[in-house]
Structures are given as C-alpha cells and as structure tokens.
Design a protein around this ligand. Structure first.
Ligand SMILES: [Zn+2]
Length: 80
C-alpha cells in the first residue's frame, strides 16, 4: 500500500475508507496488449469519479509506452 493510500485510510472514517478502497480497485488501467491492473494496485486513488479517460503509461507486461484506458469495472475481482 502506498503512503497516500495509508494516509487516507487513516484519516477517513472506516466505512468511508473501505468505500474509497473498493472504488479505487474497480478503476482498471488497461494496456492495448490486454494487461490490466487497478488504480489501487498502482498505489493510487480514484474515488467518486466518473467517465473513462486515457493516460500515457509504460506497461510492465509488454514494456511499451502507450495510451492506457482507465475504465470503471463494477464487478472487478482484482484484489490488493
Ligand atoms: Zn502492455
């Protein structure tokens, strides 16, 4: 867990912190090669957000620097 995640989990009420964690885990960053990981896994937080977007990242799987899609997956089974 990253320092920023730890910080928010500490200052937020427990239920709210859990909500934030779940939401961040449902935002998936996907490479064109098919590799995906959650924002939470990457040490980030995305909470109460909406809309898809793109972000330029280097993929750890294929090693390519490419546009990754950031998509909300409500039933994501990705865990920490
Ligand atoms: Zn890739």
């Amino acid at each position: 867990m990253s320092a920023i995640q730890n910080f928010f989990l500490k200052i937020l009420p427990k239920a709210m912190g859990e909500d934030m964690r779940r939401d961040s885990m449902r935002w998936i960053v996907k490479c064109q090669c098919g590799f995906g990981r959650s924002i939470w896994e990457m040490g980030g937080i995305r909470w109460k957000a909406s809309g898809d977007r793109k972000t330029l990242l280097k993929c750890p799987e294929c090693g390519e620097r490419s546009l990754h899609s950031v998509v909300y997956v409500p039933d994501s089974k990705v865990s920490t």
